[in-house]
Design a protein around this ligand. Sequence first.
Ligand code: LCV
Ligand code: LCV
Length: 257
Amino acid sequence: MLQIHVADHIATLTLDREQRRNALCEEMVQSFAAALDAFRTAGVRCVVLRARPGCKVWSSGHDIEELPAAGLDPLAWRDPLRKLVREIETFPAPVIAMIEGSVWGGACETVFACDLIVAARDATFAATPAKLNVPYNVGGLLTFLNASNLRLAKEMLFTAAPVTAERLCSLGVLNQVVDANELEEVTYAMARRIAGNAPLSISVMKEQLRILAGAHTMSPEDFERIQGLRRVVYNSQDYAEGIRAFKEKRKPEFKGE
Ligand code: LCV
Ligand code: LCV
């Protein structure tokens, strides 16, 4: 489900599960974590995360088949998507997301959790919890908030509509947008420049920025209340309907209950 290549302190991880549109399943995330462990030991100084060249779908997000039935939190601490985002954020070297094709749901958050994003001009990004009636979690929403701003995060989360790479780049969410045939050249030039700098300085700055970006106060009471509100959503009929509709390849009919 993942292709791995390492050369000159630069590692490339290629999502390779096209028959399921690179949906991020438990098994893929375990391979991802194992690869990052090996890169850490090997002193890799920059990771490029990509899909296969020319892909139409970079990743369709969380594997919907693995979403728990109603009654269980679909984005709890040990959920593969939550683990994947933490792996990227805590890896001691920069991770560059190299994007072509469409990015969906949890894959959109995964890309936004990367340190740098270089995308092909016609790539698109969609945040989809509202399409499935999934109650996104506080940490996940913070990823969207840190990667963009409150206005854009609300637009993406409430409309669930794909947004173009051009527009996201103009809003500072992506580092660069290039023609598809320049994607590799631009991405690896950035990776080589990073790998040529001081790895210790970069890793300590990345960790400080992670801590600063996550430094938000929230009272235990507020947190408990949020968890209660989220439980109502993943206990709802609408939650079951969202998953059923996807499996039956039809538009869901949400009743707000
Ligand atoms: C499992 C899949 C998936 C998939 N899981 O190809 O952010 S949250 O809260 O929403 C979070 C919970 C999350 O990330 O949820 C997932 C959100 N993802 C989406 O809403 C995208 C769902 N996928 C699609 O809309 C289409 O698959 C796209 C537009 C990505 C590609 O369409 P295309 O026509 O090229 P198919 O839909 O035919 O997909 C090929 C096979 O992959 C499965 C899909 O069910 C199909 O399986 P079968 O061949 O068995 O029918 N598949 C696609 N995405 N996320 N399975
Ligand atoms: C002492 C200098 C300096 C200098 N200090 O002229 O942000 S952090 O964390 O990095 C922080 C710790 C920090 O700010 O570190 C400094 C970062 N600065 C740089 O990396 C720029 C270093 N300087 C250069 O790259 C070149 O000097 C530039 C491109 C600025 C100018 O080049 P130019 O050819 O015009 P020289 O390099 O010949 O510099 C003239 C003299 O000033 C000294 C330099 O060593 C040289 O001394 P000598 O004539 O004795 O050889 N010099 C320049 N910058 N930051 N000394």
